[in-house]
Design a protein. Structure first.
Length: 146
């Protein structure tokens, strides 16, 4: 009887390096599961890094990032190009140019990103239902009712 998850070999992993630099032959194993984190030096996928980078871009009018505000409607990554769908909380947002510029600047600083294409969309319209729990908490801490 087997209980739990079985360790599986990592693709292409046939040796590992000891702390003293010596090589140990054999298979490396990783137990699948949500609590497993990448080893140091293993790059996250570009899409994951793009989402993390977007979470570093704040709305200039309030201390909440664009992801937690629910302004990012989608991200596509392919061959160095990032395409994203973005909305604003209101048409005529006075910070829209600044937000687009901040997104482009931050994403172009990410290794592997050579082009950023931003499509501003209005459908579906933004509503407070798009806020993440973190976004709601940040707005409440700032004194706003959501």
């Amino acid at each position: 009887m087997h209980v739990g998850r079985r360790a599986r070999p990592l693709a292409g992993a046939r040796t590992t390096q000891r702390g003293d630099g010596g090589v140990v032959p054999g298979e490396l194993f990783k137990v699948p599961g949500p609590d497993v984190t990448p080893e140091a030096g293993v790059a996250a996928s570009l899409e994951a890094r793009v989402w993390a980078a977007l979470a570093e871009v704040n709305d200039p009018e309030m201390p909440v990032n664009l992801v937690d505000l629910g302004l990012i409607y989608g991200v596509e990554v392919g061959e160095g190009t990032v395409r994203l769908r973005l909305t604003f909380t209101a048409m005529g947002c006075p910070a829209s140019d600044m937000i687009v510029s901040d997104i482009r600047e931050r994403l172009l600083a990410e290794p592997g990103v050579g082009e950023v294409v931003i499509e501003v969309v209005w459908d579906p319209p933004w509503s407070s239902a798009r806020l993440t729990r973190g976004g709601r908490d940040a707005l409440r801490a700032w004194g706003l009712s959501v």
